[in-house]
Design a binder for this molecule. Structure first.
Ligand code: FES
Ligand code: MG
Length: 582
């Protein structure tokens, strides 16, 4: 493990000096143009330049406060003797960006890397939080490998409607189903619109945003505990200012992502992921993050960890509280303290101390919200954060979050009802004449990384209205797409290889019998190898309508879900070339 405290980088080694200290005509222009913005020479000369990568946007409510937070970060940078420059980056706001933000995670990762590479930057603070923004920002910063600190947007305040807690995503789906069956009225539904999401900040359930910011925190990439601070809390801008201060010190200490992201921190990420009851999406992002750091991580590693660490955090969708409650219960430091026997405490953090030192003595103030390992929210035998499935329907794996599924459906045999696209599904699913029972297995294909494209969150297929009316609330559903981390149900996700590149999901037909055994880690279709081979003969790859621009690039270079869905030319640890400044 690198120790940082006794190293102080000489001024001449700062990369920003290539821009600002240069004696040639270019150096003149860099100094001149900075003074054009009203800066005095002494305000930036000889100082670490801290880039603030800001994913603020009017189209991203989760990040609506980040414009202000950038100012707080700047305050910290100035106080520590640095020079801040704010750089806007793609917001990837989960709700508005179509067809899916996942299509643009790698875009943000590339943008982050290139913003840092092409500007006179010595260290950075990244402002993000909404689902894909965390992995996107981290992947770029890891590849660039300059001192970097992650400042998470923080969760929105608790929602409450007519005396009931309402969590973003989870309750949208619940009340939608209630609307379909007349349990709530159209007026109730409209009333809900303005009450569930009360403040700036990311989803307050254990969705992808909270899962990823908490994991980034546990990996040592945030000021420890920063991920739990609600966006609207006055502690949040104080934390942002502290990120700015610390980023300057990290530059002098030369404390880089490669010092922080090690086997130990990835191990801690997995322990935390499972104890959180975290989003299935994290399985993809963590593999991509690890690969950027040159660390091997597989779905099998995750499955092994999930078999050991039960869900301890009592948040929707696996539990029944929200992030504000988690914060008041002690937040991530309290959870990590309870997990200490399972963690590798030697992993380094951006604070320049180990994670073990950082969480020492962290108190838990509510043992129902942050459970002890011997009193989990969901016992391991009843459900896990992640179960890896393999079989003739998913030779390279599929995953399931059994802690948020119907326990009676974990072993299931039923006939497939196959949809080729969400449009096909939408056209037929609520048809009163649809041949469907509670045993039917809904299958959606062409929703993978290439087929989606971008692997949209289509995996939580809706329950047909006629079954909802019969009291059926869950069905086995299978897709090569993803599911929102805030959602629940017996959903088999991320089937690999995906149907659009000829995975077995492409070959099945309505009426084929599917066998799911989540307890044994199996997903099969009752078809012989010969039958599958015969059907493959007749299969042709569907043509893609995307011939230009980013989507075409994406389809050509994206890897499969079990490989992290990064681009082949971005993963790995090839050094980022410094730009020529002549
Ligand atoms: Fe942004 Fe959920 S929509 S975090
Ligand atoms: Mg989400």
């Amino acid at each position: 493990m690198t120790t940082t405290s006794n190293r102080r980088k000489p001024l001449g080694e700062l990369r920003s000096q290539r821009w600002f200290a240069s004696e040639d005509i270019r150096g003149f222009a860099h100094r001149q143009r900075t003074q054009q913005m009203g800066m005095n020479r002494e305000e930036f000369m000889g100082k670490p330049v801290i880039g603030i990568i800001n994913t603020w946007s009017d189209a991203s409510p989760c990040h609506a406060h980040l414009r202000d937070r950038a100012e707080a970060v700047k305050r910290g940078v100035w106080q520590a003797g640095g020079y801040p420059i704010e750089l806007p980056a793609l917001s990837v706001g989960e709700v508005m960006v179509k067809p899916t933000t996942m299509l643009y995670r790698n875009f943000l990762a590339m943008e982050t890397e290139e913003l840092l590479r092409s500007h006179p930057i010595d260290g950075c603070v990244m402002l993000g939080g909404c689902d894909k923004s965390t992995p996107g920002l981290l992947m770029g910063a890891i590849s660039m490998n300059i001192p970097a600190i992650y400042c998470p947007a923080g969760p929105m305040s608790n929602g409450r409607w007519r005396g009931h807690l309402t969590g973003a995503g989870t309750h949208t789906k619940r009340y939608w189903n209630d609307l379909q069956t007349g349990k709530i009225s159209k007026d109730d539904w409209i009333d809900l619109e303005s009450r569930m999401t009360r403040s700036n900040g990311t989803c307050n359930t254990m969705g992808t945003a909270t899962t990823m910011t908490s994991i980034a925190d546990a990996m040592g990439l945030c000021l420890t505990g920063a991920s739990s601070i609600p966006a609207a809390d006055s502690g949040h801008p104080r934390m942002a200012a502290a990120c700015g201060m610390r980023a300057v010190e990290m530059v002098w200490e030369d404390l880089k992502p490669s010092d922080i992201l090690t086997k130990a921190s990835i191990h801690n990420a997995l322990v935390t992921y499972m104890a959180l009851g975290g989003s299935s999406n994290a399985a993809i992002h963590l593999i991509a993050v690890a690969r950027r750091a040159g660390l091997a991580l597989t779905l099998d590693d995750m499955d092994d960890m999930a078999a050991k660490i039960p869900v301890l955090v009592n948040l929707f969708p696996s539990g029944r509280h929200l992030m504000e409650d988690f914060y008041f219960a002690g937040g991530l430091p309290a959870l990590l303290h309870k997990l200490e026997p399972h963690l590798d405490g030697s992993a380094m953090t951006v604070e320049g101390r180990t994670i073990g030192e950082a969480v020492q003595g962290s108190e838990c103030f509510d043992d129902d919200i942050i459970r002890d390992p011997d009193n989990p929210v969901v016992p391991l035998e009843a459900g896990r954060t992640l179960v890896l499935l393999r079989g003739n329907l998913a030779p390279q794996g599929a995953i399931m979050k059994t802690s948020a599924a119907d326990p009676d459906k974990l072993r299931h045999r039923g006939p497939a009802l196959v949809f080729d696209s969400p449009a096909d599904m939408a056209a037929r699913i609520h048809d009163p004449d649809l041949d469907i029972t509670k045993d039917t297995v809904l299958v959606l294909r062409n929703s993978g990384p290439v087929g989606g494209p971008g692997m949209p969150e289509w995996g939580n297929l809706p329950i047909p209205k006629k079954l909802l009316e019969q009291g059926v609330t869950d069905l086995v559903r299978i897709s090569d797409g993803r599911m929102s981390g805030t959602h629940y149900g017996t959903c088999v996700l991320h089937v690999a290889p995906e149907s659009a590149i000829g995975g077995p999901l492409a070959l099945i037909r309505t009426g084929d019998f599917i066998l799911l055994d989540a307890l044994a880690g199996r997903l099969d279709v009752e078809l012989s190898d010969q039958e599958l081979a015969d059907r493959r003969q007749g299969w042709t790859r569907p043509p893609s309508p995307y011939t230009r621009s980013f989507t075409a690039l994406y389809q050509r270079h994206v890897s499969q879900a079990h490989e992290g869905c990064d681009f082949d030319f971005l993963e790995g640890t090839d050094p980022v070339p410094e730009p020529s400044i002549y």
